[in-house]
Design a protein around this ligand. Structure first.
Ligand code: DGI
Ligand code: FE
Ligand code: FE
Length: 194
């Protein structure tokens, strides 16, 4: 489906705030793609579609996973909003005809990240956190600048701030968020030494 048509359809189901965030992630992902030599069209589509399942209820997220034989972890079962990436990728494939696995992975992994992300996955993960309408996260000014300097170090910083925030809130932590943090901590040390 054409990008304009996808945008039109998302606008109909998303709240104004969510749609602004979606557009913000889309153009921030485009900027990061320019900086890191990634495909601009893929970054645009992945950004646009990353939260395409965010408006769905917990029940709907769980039932769509069951229907489509998507494996879910215990943390996801207890905190179904964590599934909006996996379900977003399902919607992107089935409803919007996206077949590119890299785009689908970027949507799937945008909340917790994962070790060994592709450049497109990293870009969507970071764009989701720094896009202009986000204003509550810690250290945003610093993270926004860092995103255009060292993307692995930025992922390390974002996951570290997220873990602190979740600890403070006493929210359930998806083990993958810590695994991603530890992986990119090592990655940035290795890259920093080169
Ligand atoms: O969908 P968005 O709000 O745009 O962004 P997102 O998909 O990154 O979700 C953001 C929320 O996800 C934010 O409040 C932090 C939270 N999050 C990230 N990792 C974890 C997590 N929440 C829980 N409970 N556990 C995690 O490991
Ligand atoms: Fe999200
Ligand atoms: Fe988002």
């Amino acid at each position: 489906m054409k990008t304009e048509k996808i945008e039109e359809k998302l606008k109909k189901v998303q709240s104004e705030k969510r749609f602004n965030h979606t557009k913000g992630v889309q153009y921030t992902a485009i900027c990061l793609a320019m900086r890191y030599d990634e495909d601009i069209e893929k970054a645009s589509l992945a950004g646009l579609l990353h939260d395409s399942a965010k408006h769905l209820s917990d029940e709907k997220l769980l039932s769509l996973c069951a229907q489509n034989h998507v494996d879910i972890t215990k943390t996801e079962e207890e905190n179904p909003f964590l599934l909006h990436g996996k379900v977003g990728a399902l919607i992107a494939r089935k409803k919007f005809g996206i077949e590119d696995e890299d785009i689908l992975n970027a949507i799937t992994n945008h909340t917790t990240g994962r070790p060994g992300m592709s450049m497109l996955e990293k870009i969507v993960f970071v764009a989701d956190y720094i896009e202009p309408s986000r204003n509550t996260a810690a250290n945003l000014k610093q993270v926004r600048k860092m995103a255009f300097e060292d993307i692995d170090l930025t992922i390390c910083k974002i996951t570290s701030d997220t873990l602190n925030y979740l600890n403070k809130k006493k929210a359930a932590i998806d083990p993958m968020t810590r695994i991603t943090h530890d992986y990119y901590m090592k990655e940035s040390v290795i890259n920093g030494e080169q």
